[in-house]
Design a protein around this ligand. Sequence first.
Ligand code: COA
Length: 370
Amino acid sequence: MTTAGLEGITAGRSGIATVGKAGAGLTYRGYRIEELAEHSTFEEVAYLLIYNQLPNAQQLSSYKKRLSGLQELPEELRTVLEQIPASAHPMDVLRTGCSVLGTLEPDGQGGRNEAAIADRLIASFGSMLLYWYMFKNRGDRIETQTGEDTISGHFLRLLTQSEPEPLRQRALDVSLILYAEHEFNASTFTARVVTSTLADIYSAVTAAIGALRGPLHGGANEAAMELVSQFESPAVAEKGVLQMLAARRLIMGFGHRVYKNGDPRSGIVKSWASRLAEESGNTDIFDISERIEQVMMREKGMHTNLDFFAATVYHLCGIPTPMFTPVFVISRTSGWAAHVIEQRNDNRLIRPLADYTGPEPRDYVKLEDR
Ligand code: COA
C-alpha cells in the first residue's frame, strides 16, 4: 500500500521534536515552543538542538562568543560569491555557499565534527548572503565580521550596515526560534536521507536547502509576501483571494500536512507582526494579512501556518522578500544538524520501496528496428 506524499507514515525514530503530539504540541527536546519563544533566545535554542541541552549562563556566553568568531568568510568563498549573478535567487546563493565552504573546510578534517560545522554555517550564512548582496547591489566588499554576538543582530547589522533596532532584532530572534526545528519535514528528511548514505554534512545541508526552497515548504514565506503585497487594501485582498479560491489556486502560508487545527507557532508570530506594525505606524500589510486570514477561515476553515505572518514580520524588519527563505535556512540549520547527528548515531541507509506502475516486462527493440 502506498500513501501519496508519505502522509501519516512514520519514517523513523527521533528524540528531537514533537509536532502536534497530543498533550505536548510542538516541543524541542521536551521544551514547549511557547516557553522557548517567550523566554529564550535563538542561540540557546540552537545550542539545545545541536548539543542536546539548554546551556547554562557560562556555556551560553562562550557559545555566543564562538559563533561571533565564525562570521568571517574565506577569500576563496568570497571570490565565488562575487561570480554569482545579481539575478540569482538568494537561496541559490546559500546553496552554493554551503557547498563551497564544504570544499574549503571539509567535514571530518581539522578536528571538525557535525556540531562545529553547524555552528560555522549558522554563523556565516548571513555573511555569505549579505556579502553577495552588497557586492552585487552596491559594489561593496563588506566586512562580514560584525562582532555581533547574536545571529539576529549579525544579520540586521549586515543588512542595514548600522546598529540593529532592538524590537526588530527580538522579532527576528523569535522567528528564528520558531523556525529552528520541525521533525521530519521535507528538508529535514532530505538531510537525513543524504546522511544515511554516510555522506558529509555539507551535502546534507546543501540538499536540505534545495528542498526548503520550494513554495510548498520554506519558500511559502516569500510566496505569502508576494501574495499580500499585491493588494492595496483589505477589501481588495478579500476579493482577490475569493477569486483565487474560485480558480482552485493555493493561498500560500495556509494549510499544513500535520497541523489540521492550527499551527502553534502562528499566534506567536502574528503577535510579533502586530507589534511591529503598531510600532512602525503603518498597519497596511498587517491589516491585509489579517483579512486574508479571516477569509481563509470563513471560506475553507483553513489556518495560517508559521510562514504567513513570518512574512509580515520580515517585511516590517526591512528584510527584502527574496531573503525570507534564506533567513529560515539560517535558523533551520540548527534542526538539520541535530538530525544529521541523530542519524549518524544510529544509522541505517534510508531506502524505501515503490509500487511499480510501469509496463509489463517486454522484449528489447534494437535501435535499427524502432
Ligand atoms: N490554499 C488553498 N487550498 C488549500 C491550501 C491552501 N494553502 N492548502 C491545502 N488546500 C486544499 C487542497 O487544495 C486540498 O483541497 P481538495 O481536497 O479539494 O483537493 C485540501 O486543502 C487538502 O490539502 P492537501 O493538498 O491534501 O494538503 P497537504 O497535506 O498535501 O499539503 C501543504 C500541505 C502545506 C503543502 C498545503 O497546505 C499547501 O500547499 N499550502 C500552501 C503552501 C504553504 O504554505 N506551505 C508551507 C507549509 S508550512
